[in-house]
Write a protein that binds this ligand. Structure first.
Ligand code: ADP
Ligand code: ASP
Ligand code: MG
Length: 487
């Protein structure tokens, strides 16, 4: 690790802190928030910073209210705000009483009045812009952090509410903002270090930030994990804990395969690949700051805190086995065929056009004759095709899913790819991607077959040996070098 700056040393001295992030289900009601208080107390005497998500489903409900307002259904939007308000007041009532309850309800009233103004503006403009979306959605985290703060205080802990918009400085890419690292680290240290030194527990909303001018932004759906990692890296924390509703990172999504089992340890790279290829348990950018600061990340179950969870560290022993299976839905494959011949300039032009349209690429496969790209959204593709007219013909197919096997060095063992082929032999595979790294092998299939493909691969790699179907791999059409491209 590089030598620490004065600020870094100060953060570290005040640090030795642990960042604890609690997801939506871990703060969904008064009982869940009481568990958060117990877990926070249990962590004593370590210094802690809490990062919390909005109460479960609140972000989706705020999003729906925004769309309803934009579509002219302002009454429906207001009605759902009213329900949200009542839910937060009821949760507050389950945590604190008397004056403290009244104080919290007054604070909520101010937040909901401001939300009503945003909804009216969306309705009058008939547009739910990314800027309005950030103003609306970030309120979920503001409300939940107030509830958790009040609960900790009433449980006798010295908690202090910190507005994340004062600490996490981002660019202005609304709905998918990126932190401006130096400013963010500086502000995190300036605000949090004195609080930690004086023995207080800061409570912050995840997911939100603000531009240098103080305009609210968000880090993308599921972004509270990323917030926790940003805070952890800024403070040189000793550990980042992601408290969620499952026992850790599992061999696959337990919602798809109930027999999925916990992975005790994995590398940063393995976890980052899993998150990038669709495992919702971690936001895809979470591991980036943690890796940079070499800070271990733990994924833990707030409903089953005695379970050891998953430890994610820089390096972990590997025997070349598959650690987990995941899938990313909503993928489209874009074929780019040069009008004349394939030249390196075309590659540059394609990247430039996608960049101009702020369109991120998931995977790229190049061959002598053409280029295949995988993307997660098709909205800008007609305009991109138009810009490339004369240079290349652009066609795309939507409703695909990328099913991915992850594990250090799995590509060194060719039998893994053949076992995977056998498991999904009768599923049409449009493209096979062996990672540029040695860590992942992925298959592009129709979205409608994705769940089945995951279940079969999981059974094949993690359950008792299944009978081998006597078939060859079906229509694998391309073998490619995969290259993850960060947004
Ligand atoms: P939180 O609200 O705590 O952020 P999320 O719903 O975002 O929680 O993420 C947890 C969910 O991720 C789990 O309930 C599970 O269904 C899903 N998931 C997907 N893939 C995995 C995996 N490999 N291991 C564990 N959970 C996974
Ligand atoms: N509440 C936000 C969301 O649902 C962020 C998060 O929970 O991580 O996307
Ligand atoms: Mg999440």
């Amino acid at each position: 690790m590089s030598e620490l700056s004065v600020e870094g040393r100060e953060a570290e001295a005040a640090g030795e802190c642990v960042v604890m992030k609690f997801g939506g289900t871990s703060v969904q009601d008064a009982a869940a928030i009481r568990r958060v208080c117990q877990l926070t107390r249990r962590a004593l005497p370590e210094r802690r910073v809490l990062v919390v998500s909005a109460l479960a489903k609140v972000t989706d409900q705020l999003m729906n209210a925004g769309w309803a307002a934009a579509e002219g259904r302002l009454d429906a939007a207001r009605a759902s705000l009213q329900l949200l308000r009542e839910r937060h007041e009821a949760v507050a009532g389950g945590l604190v009483g008397g004056d403290e309850h009244r104080r919290l309800c007054n604070e909520f009233a101010r937040e909901f009045d401001a939300l009503a103004v945003v909804l009216s503006r969306i309705a009058s403009e008939k547009a739910f812009t990314p800027h309005a979306q950030d103003q609306l959605l970030g309120v979920g985290e503001s409300l939940s952090s107030k509830l958790v703060h009040a609960a900790l205080q009433s449980a006798g802990m010295e908690a202090v509410l910190v507005d994340s918009r004062d600490c996490i400085v981002t660019d202005a890419a609304h709905t998918r903002a990126t932190p401006l690292w130096d400013e963010t680290n500086e502000r995190l240290r300036a605000v949090l270090v004195p609080l930690l030194k004086s023995g207080q527990t800061p409570v912050m909303g995840g997911f939100v930030g603000a531009t240098r001018d103080g305009i609210a932004t968000t880090l993308g759906r599921g972004g509270s994990d990323f917030s926790a990692s940003i805070v952890g890296a800024g403070l040189h924390a000793k550990r980042i804990e992601i408290w969620t509703d499952v026992d850790g990172i599992m061999t696959t999504d337990p919602a798809l395969c109930p027999d999925a089992s916990r992975v005790a340890r994995m590398s940063f790279d393995e976890a980052a690949d899993l998150a990038y290829f669709g495992a919702k348990v971690l936001h895809p950018a979470t591991l980036v700051p943690a890796m940079r600061g070499n800070i271990p990340v733990w994924v833990l179950n707030s409903r089953n805190p005695n379970c050891a969870g998953t430890e994610i560290v820089a390096r972990c022993e590997s025997d070349g086995r598959v650690k987990a299976v995941t899938s990313k839905r909503g993928v489209a494959i874009v074929d780019i065929e040069p009008v004349r011949w394939f030249a390196p300039e075309l590659l540059r032009e394609v990247f430039d056009v996608f960049e101009r349209h702020q369109h991120s690429l998931d995977l790229l496969s190049a061959s002598r004759g053409s280029l295949a790209l995988l993307v997660s959204s098709v909205t800008a593709l007609p305009a991109i095709a138009e810009e490339l007219k004369g240079l290349a013909n652009v066609r795309w197919e939507s409703h695909k899913a990328l099913v991915c096997l992850v594990g250090e060095q799995i590509r060194r063992r060719p039998e893994i790819a053949s076992q995977a082929f056998r498991a999904i032999a009768d599923i049409d595979v449009r493209m096979i991607c062996q990672g540029a790294s040695e860590r992942n092998i992925s298959f592009l299939v129709d979205e409608s077959r994705a769940v089945e493909a995951v279940q079969r691969l999981h059974r094949s790699f993690f359950s008792a040996p299944a009978p081998e179907p006597a078939m060859e791999a079906s229509s694998s059409q391309a073998m490619c070098q995969a290259e993850g491209v960060w947004q």
